[in-house]
Design a protein around this ligand. Structure first.
Ligand code: HPA
Length: 267
């Protein structure tokens, strides 16, 4: 085991989560719903990034949610903070040694579709890496040639869809396109992204999906829509808008995830 996984294992005690959830913008409140929680700041875990983005804390919260043992990663580091697409690798590398084989990623995103307005939740079915970066650059093992044909796990995606239906929560499926950020896209880039087949744009998640597949974790991802893409409305985009709007879709996505956990759909 690596040092961070060792520390986590001892702090988790009797808790044996099989699934981890990365909490993006808007999902933070989910951490407060965990029962019998243990909270471990990223700063206590060697290699874990300490994120400076407002609205992103940095701690592991483990306990039960919907009656199931889970490990929440509250706070993620982004490529645009560090210039390192593998910044989340030390975090994801602790999961398998703890017995976690499934990972759900969440994020805030800009929508490219008028029929998927702010407040919507999108199940990511595929992605386009438009950043030019890849977290496996420099990796030496042959496993670096990781296949992404079925990157998003069919079973986990079905679980999210089933839970959305059961809770009456609208859910749209779509393709997420990763831009490096931190500047938002231009209207021309948004038009390009639509032509290229994207449904949403964002600044995270794709490197974590690549790393998760590299590490043998089953993975799914959901976006909460905070805005329409640049140029689709008359107004300028801002991080304030992201923070203000994320809790709306975030609450919907939390409902979906809690039901899926409670019903043991993530098997
Ligand atoms: N673009 C990129 N990332 C985002 C957006 C956006 O419009 N909204 C929230 N995260």
């Amino acid at each position: 085991m690596n040092a961070a996984a060792d520390i986590l294992a001892s702090r988790l005690g009797e808790r044996k989560p099989g699934i981890a959830i990365v909490l993006g913008s808007g999902l933070g409140p989910l951490a407060d719903e965990v029962e019998n929680p243990v909270r471990i700041p990223y700063g206590d875990l060697p290699g874990f990034p300490v994120s400076g983005v407002s609205g992103h804390a940095g701690e592991v919260v483990a306990g039960t949610l919907g009656g199931r043992s889970v490990l929440l990663l509250a706070g993620r580091a982004h490529y645009y903070e560090h210039g390192d697409a593998a910044v989340m690798r030390p975090v994801l590398e602790t999961l398998a040694p703890l017995g976690i084989d499934r990972l759900i990623l969440t994020n805030a995103a800009g929508s490219l579709r008028e029929d998927m307005p702010p407040g919507s939740v999108m199940l990511v079915t595929d992605h386009i890496n438009f950043s030019g970066a890849n977290p496996l650059v420099g990796e030496r093992s042959e496993q670096r040639f990781v296949g992404l044909t079925e990157a998003y796990d069919a079973g986990l995606c079905h679980a999210i869809e089933a839970s959305a239906r059961a809770t009456g929560t609208p859910l749209t499926k779509g393709v997420y396109m990763w831009f490096s950020g931190p500047s938002f896209e231009t209207p021309a880039e948004i038009r390009m992204a639509r032509i290229m087949g994207a449904d949403a744009v964002g600044m995270s998640t794709v490197p974590e999906v690549i790393l998760a597949r590299f590490l043998g974790l089953r993975v799914a991802a959901c976006s909460v829509v905070t805005n329409l893409g640049a140029g689709m409305t008359g107004s300028e985009l801002s991080h304030e808008e992201t923070k203000e709007m994320a809790p709306i879709g975030g609450a919907r996505l939390a409902t979906i995830l809690k039901r899926a956990l409670a019903e043991e759909l993530f098997s």
